[in-house]
Design a protein around this ligand. Structure first.
Ligand SMILES: [Zn+2]
Ligand SMILES: [Zn+2]
Length: 145
């Protein structure tokens, strides 16, 4: 078991929630991924691994994962949420391809400083920010190979 999966199992036990094989399988998909998965993506990956779970169970388990702090919820305004593991990486921004749905991460120190400056200009006490750049990724721009 990975350490993150281990942490999730402890979280379940600590909160008197059943540690089921299904929950662990769902958590394994989310915690083992480096991308930004929707619940449908998680269900699809589960099926391909031969351990099917209903979408409702997937949603419930992801909710617990988010509450545990191991997973972060993202809303890119697509009409559904995406989930990524809460890594030790600092705050980052996202580029979202509106054709294939690929999410790319980036971090830019100047942008970070800019948000502080802008907040200061508005006498605003800054707590955080988020930025999503929408467009078309390189691969989609070039078209099918
Ligand atoms: Zn694309
Ligand atoms: Zn991300």
């Amino acid at each position: 078991m990975s350490s993150a999966l281990d942490a999730f199992a402890s979280y379940l036990r600590d909160h008197n929630l059943p540690v089921t094989a299904q929950r662990l399988a769902i958590a394994d998909v989310v915690l083992g991924s480096e991308s930004h998965l929707s619940a449908a993506d998680v269900a699809r990956e589960l099926r391909s691994r031969g351990s099917a779970a209903g979408l409702a169970t997937v949603y419930r388990t992801i909710e617990v994962l988010t509450r545990s702090g191991l997973v972060v919820e993202r809303d890119f305004g697509e009409g559904f949420k995406r989930y990524e593991t809460a890594r030790d990486t600092p705050h980052h921004e996202h580029l979202l391809c509106s054709v294939c749905g690929r999410v790319t991460e980036f971090r830019n120190e100047r942008l970070e400083r800019m948000t502080t400056l802008i907040a200061e200009q508005h006498h605003f006490s800054r707590q955080g920010h988020r930025l999503v750049i929408y467009g078309t990724c390189d691969q989609c721009r070039r078209g099918p190979i």
